[in-house]
Each structure stands twice: as structure tokens, then as C-alpha cells.
Design a protein around this ligand. Structure first.
Ligand SMILES: O=C(O)CCC(=O)C(=O)O
Length: 274
């Protein structure tokens, strides 16, 4: 697996730096069953963060949950034993890789619900040039329902204003949906194809799409079951950032302050180069 990455390592890291997203075919094929068992366990034993995003209709739910790796052994094994940290280190060009959290996103067959265009960084209390989420579909994903990413958007001066996925209102409790406070409204890349280039790859189960926390992304609904496991990691230069409102995940009582590295007892270092 690492051989695959090493073979194209420098090119991939260059593409990640320029585009803010890369497709890594077949990287985790050996881990599909393990991750699928974890997703099943997660659904049977949801956390307080489990959310069906308002999709209660029979057409197919879009549910998500996160921050469960320490109680779901399949997720913990994947984070520490799959070699994913090696991949993250290579892409971020970082010596260290720290686990932020994992996120499961499931669109049941027929789920009409889109994933709105957004970028993750403003929802998080950590930021920096070296960040990466690695999104791993566990099912065949046609291009119509795959993750869609705006090429180069991680380099924009203003991040996209964070909003609630269910209400569309300002995530920090603000009502602004227009440009303000260092944010810009979410783009509509389909309406302006000359302005925005969308990267989107049909995926086999076990492929991976790696993207920067500032890369704007979204997805359409899904005609077929689309289970995805996303592991969020940070590198050497990522630091705690005090946001102007709540964050997602919240991690209540963390006691970190602006400029600190994430505390290692909550956000463990992952093995790199072992
Ligand atoms: O799976 C999706 O539809 C969206 C994934 C996503 O937003 C993420 O992993 O940050």
C-alpha cells in the first residue's frame, strides 16, 4: 500500500499542494470489510453526535456520526495499523501525523439529500497548511454521487462561511450568508463552470480521496448505498484556533488556547515511518 504511494509520492504531494485534493485508487481495498464492520457497529451504537441530517423519509437517509474511533475497535485498528498516517505524512509533507477524528457519512440507496458545498476548516478548532482528510468509500461510487471538490480552493484568501447543514443558518450563531468576517458565501460551481473546476472521481470500494481542510467540497444525492469513512489528520504546523462560535466536533472541556498543538492525550500521534 505504501509502495503504491511511494511510487508516485512526489507527484501526488505536488498535486495535493496545487489542487487541494487527489484520488488514490485501490489504497485501502484490504480494509473494506474491517471498515464496513465498524460502520455497522457505529449505526447500531450511535453516539450523541449521530445525525440523520433531517432525512427521515423512506427515500433513503443521509446519516453521519463522528469521534467514535476509541470505542469502535475497527476504526481504531484502521487509524493505527493501515498505514494511513504514512500516506497523510507524504501528502502533507509533514514529519508527524496527529489524529483529529474520524467521520462516517452514509447515504442510503435513493438518498436525495445533497452534501452542501462547504469547507471543513471553519467548523474545526484546528487550522494550518498541513491538514488532510482521507475519504474512503466502502461501496462502488459512480461519478454522479461521488465527492466533488473545487480545485485549488484550499488556497483562496477567504474560506467559505460555515452554515448548519440542516437549517442553512450561520453555524456560529450568526445569520450572515453573505461575505463578511473573512468568509465568503459557498460557491455554486455548477452555475459557474468557467470560474470553478470541479474534481470528481468515480470510485471503487477502498479507493481514497485526500483533501485539505480548506478545500471546498460537496456531493449530490445517491441512487445506491454509499458508505464513506473519512479520517481527519493534521501535521507539524497545525494549531488550535479559537473560533468565534461553536465548532464541529465540539470536544467540550478541551482547555486548549490559540496557538497550541492539539493535546496528544485526546488527539494521538499516529505511527509514521515505523
Ligand atoms: O461524503 C460526503 O458526502 C461528504 C464528505 C465530507 O464532507 C467530508 O468528508 O468532509
Amino acid at each position: 500500500m505504501s509502495d503504491h504511494l511511494h511510487a508516485a509520492g512526489a507527484n501526488l504531494a505536488d498535486a495535493f499542494a496545487t489542487d487541494g485534493a487527489v484520488h488514490l485508487p485501490g489504497l485501502f481495498t484490504d480494509w473494506i470489510d474491517e471498515l464496513a464492520a465498524g460502520v455497522e457497529r457505529n449505526e447500531a451504537q450511535p453516539s450523541e453526535f449521530f445525525d440523520d441530517n433531517g432525512t427521515t423519509d423512506d427515500a433513503g437517509r443521509f446519516w453521519d456520526d463522528y469521534c467514535n474511533w476509541s470505542r469502535i475497535p475497527e476504526f481504531e485498528r484502521f487509524a493505527f495499523q493501515s498505514g494511513i498516517a504514512e500516506v497523510a505524512a507524504g501528502l502533507m509533507r509533514s514529519d508527524t501525523v496527529q489524529l483529529f477524528h474520524e467521520h462516517v457519512l452514509v447515504k442510503e440507496a435513493g438518498a436525495p439529500r445533497r452534501t452542501p458545498w462547504h469547507c471543513d476548516a471553519p467548523y474545526y478548532f484546528v487550522d494550518g497548511p498541513q491538514t488532510v482528510s482521507i475519504w474512503i468509500p466502502l461501496d462502488l461510487v459512480p461519478v454522479e454521487s461521488t465527492l466533488r471538490l473545487v480545485r485549488g480552493s484550499h488556497l483562496w484568501d477567504e474560506a467559505v462561511h460555515p452554515v448548519s447543514w440542516t437549517t442553512g443558518g450561520g453555524f456560529y450563531g450568526d445569520d450572515e450568508t453573505t461575505r463578511s468576517g473573512g468568509f465568503q458565501p459557498a460557491p455554486d460551481p455548477d452555475a459557474e463552470p468557467d470560474r470553478f473546476e470541479v474534481l470528481e472521481w468515480a470510485c471503487e470500494p477502498g479507493d481514497a480521496v485526500a483533501f485539505h481542510y480548506r478545500t471546498v467540497h460537496g456531493a449530490r444525492g445517491s441512487a445506491s448505498l454509499r458508505r464513506a469513512f473519512s479520517l481527519r489528520m493534521v501535521g507539524d504546523d497545525a494549531r488550535y484556533v479559537q473560533r468565534r462560535g461553536r465548532t464541529s466536533p465540539p470536544f467540550d472541556g478541551h482547555e486548549m488556547v490559540d496557538g497550541q498543538r492539539l493535546r496528544e492525550d485526546w488527539f494521538p500521534m499516529l505511527p509514521v515511518g515505523s
